[in-house]
Design a binder for this molecule. Structure first.
Ligand code: SF4
Ligand code: SF4
Length: 587
């Protein structure tokens, strides 16, 4: 029997889980419409494959992964695509992003699926392909594409594969409900991941406050060779680094990732999605979400289609608007207040809390720090929250980084115990955001400088080439034997000063050797200028597009079209110049 280790700090807030565990997982009535975001994962957003007015089937791909770090997005039910538009998505700032709006037809008709009765017949590479095709991204955290996570670098062979069933945050019971009702599927998903990774050991970590889930898992795990490790209830034991320490006694190095010590953690919901993708060919189109909080008359866990509006879910759970003080997505410790109910459920939406004023009273005004050190005692990352707070307040970003601000997992334990009610995590989030923004701006200005330098170098080079050509022409003219015009086989140079190549082109044209437009077109210098202008425009649009992808996604499509047109113009300008040069040298 494995001995359980401990991690530093931690707290024991009331767990408030019972209210959402009274009933089994229930389905949700189809909403009138679904907004399926194209970007629900870490990495590049998916690229749409459908267009407005198109009928789609349940499970059909709506958007394809764009690049390695991306996953496709699928239709959660059959219906009609009524719009592809920017719409509010779950984010503390009320951010909007591209979504496919689907009006369900009620038939819930599946597309053809590629399942497999015996997954042992599939090679690991094929399993990974199917997991990627199913659009699976980590369902317990930030939504990292699962197929990528399951392919660690060769140097980081996974020795220990851990399934994270700790679910330590108060109120949230989505994983617990899943484990107690679908333990067999969870274990089957873990077995598939085990086949892909071939780790030395495979563990499931779960807190001791989930006896029903523990019992179900024990039964499902019989003769599986997978060990169930029950850990004491302490927040945040479900943090990846904390669970690894609890189960293995190993610490993930500062600034490192679990793969650095040969460990990988996966979420129980992800394991279940992997099983369904391989066994039935089902893409990730729904998830279990906890609906809870005292402002709901019918709390519980629901199987929710991705894209379902939060307003629809809350109405089904009997939300009492007048009693709702705060609407939280996620848990009370690490979740965020939703600015609007008109946002859709995404692949990472594990919980929605409609809290009453009694549950979530407005925070008292923050008082000055009394240097009590309580925040330091509870920090599971062994940071110095009080120091970080001072650095954040005074804008000393370098010092905050030196004191490992980016190791902070934003668990909120420090703020929870702070007697001065200082919103510590908000300070850390704000400072991290500022530092990241600075880095982005620095990168942008570095890129702009590089582009400017390259452009200057190109202009200089072309100037030199132009000068060299001019000199060569002059020398050739000087060296040419002086022949009276009437005896010369060459036409006399034009008094209008046009480029000799053009004059020759005209002659060639009159002999039918080249098309008339080439023969009578502009000279090489003009064509070079046109090419340069076209190139500048392309570079300008490339920059504007890069900026828009980060700051104004609604303008991306327009800029992409403009860039494409300008690339075509550049191509034409380059071709015209090349033709003229060829003509000149042929001469
Ligand atoms: S929020 Fe950050 S600083 Fe505060 S306890 Fe958690 S890890 Fe430590
Ligand atoms: S818990 Fe609050 S008051 Fe105490 S040292 Fe930390 S920040 Fe200051």
């Amino acid at each position: 029997m494995r001995s359980v280790h401990d991690f530093p700090g931690g707290i024991h807030p009331p767990d408030n889980k019972a209210q959402s565990l009274q009933q089994p997982i229930r389905a949700v009535r189809l909403p009138a419409y679904l907004y399926v975001p194209l970007h629900q994962h870490i990495g590049e957003p998916a690229q749409t494959l459908v267009s407005e007015g198109e009928r789609v089937l349940k499970g059909q791909k709506l958007a394809e992964a764009s690049g390695q770090l991306s996953v496709p997005v699928h239709a959660p039910t059959s219906g009609t695509v009524t719009a592809i538009q920017s719409h509010n998505v779950p984010h503390p700032s009320g951010l909007s992003d591209w979504c496919v709006r689907i009006e369900p037809d009620g038939a819930d008709q599946w597309c053809e699926l590629e399942g497999c009765e015996d997954e042992s017949t599939l090679a690991p590479a094929e399993l990974l392909r199917r997991i990627r095709e199913a659009g699976i991204a980590g369902m317990g955290g930030a939504g990292f594409p699962t197929s990528i996570k399951l392919q660690p670098p060769e140097a980081n062979q996974v020795e220990t594969l851990i399934l994270n069933g700790a679910e330590c945050e108060p109120y949230i019971t989505a994983d617990q409900a899943l484990m107690r009702e679908r333990a067999v599927e969870v274990v089957a998903g873990l077995q598939i991941m085990r086949r892909i990774l071939s780790p030395r050991e495979c563990l499931i970590g779960i807190e001791d406050n989930k006896p029903d889930a523990i019992a179900a898992l024990r039964e499902a795990l019989e003769d599986s060779g997978i060990e169930l490790v029950v850990v004491p209830t302490k927040y945040p034991s479900g943090g990846e680094k904390q669970l690894i320490e609890l189960l293995t006694g190993q610490e993930v190095p500062h600034g490192g990732i679990p793969a650095d010590i040969g460990v990988m953690c996966q979420n129980v919901g992800t394991a279940c999605a992997v099983y369904r993708a391989i066994r039935f060919g089902e893409p990730l189109i729904s998830r279990i979400t906890t609906l809870t909080g005292a402002a709901l008359t019918d709390p519980g866990n629901r199987e929710v289609l991705i894209g379902t509006p939060i307003s629809h879910l809350l109405a089904q759970a009997g939300q009492q608007e007048h009693r709702t003080q705060r609407l939280i997505m996620g848990g009370p410790m690490m979740g965020f207040t939703l600015p609007s109910k008109e946002v859709p459920v995404v692949k990472t939406t594990n919980c929605l809390i409609a809290g009453t004023p009694e549950e979530f009273p407005p925070p008292p005004p923050a008082q000055p720090c009394i240097r009590c050190g309580m925040c330091e005692q509870v920090c599971p990352m062994e940071l110095l929250p009080q120091q970080l707070y001072w650095f954040a307040r005074s804008g000393e970003h370098d010092k905050a980084e030196q004191f490992n601000l980016f190791d902070c997992i934003e668990c909120g334990a420090c703020a929870y115990v702070c007697p001065s009610a200082i919103p510590l995590v908000q300070y850390y989030q704000h400072t991290k955001g500022e530092i990241r923004q600075k880095r982005i701006e620095q990168e942008k200005s570095d890129r702009a400088r590089e582009r400017f330098e390259q452009r200057q170098a190109r202009i200089e080079r072309e100037k030199a080439e132009k000068e060299a050509r001019r000199k060569a022409r002059k020398e050739a003219a000087t060296a040419a034997p002086s022949v009276p015009p009437e005896q010369s086989t060459e036409p006399a140079p034009s008094s209008s000063g046009r480029d000799s190549a053009t004059t020759r082109a005209e002659q060639a044209s009159s002999q039918g050797a080249v098309p008339v437009h080439a023969a009578t077109g502009p000279d090489i210098e003009t064509l070079t200028e046109r090419r340069d202008k076209a190139r500048d425009k392309v570079e300008d649009f490339q920059q504007r597009l890069a900026d828009a992808r980060e700051n104004a996604p609604e303008t991306v499509a327009k800029l992409e079209r403009a860039l494409q047109k300008n690339e075509q113009r550049l191509e034409a300008a380059e071709k015209a110049l090349a033709d003229a040069r060829a003509l000149e040298s042929a001469d």
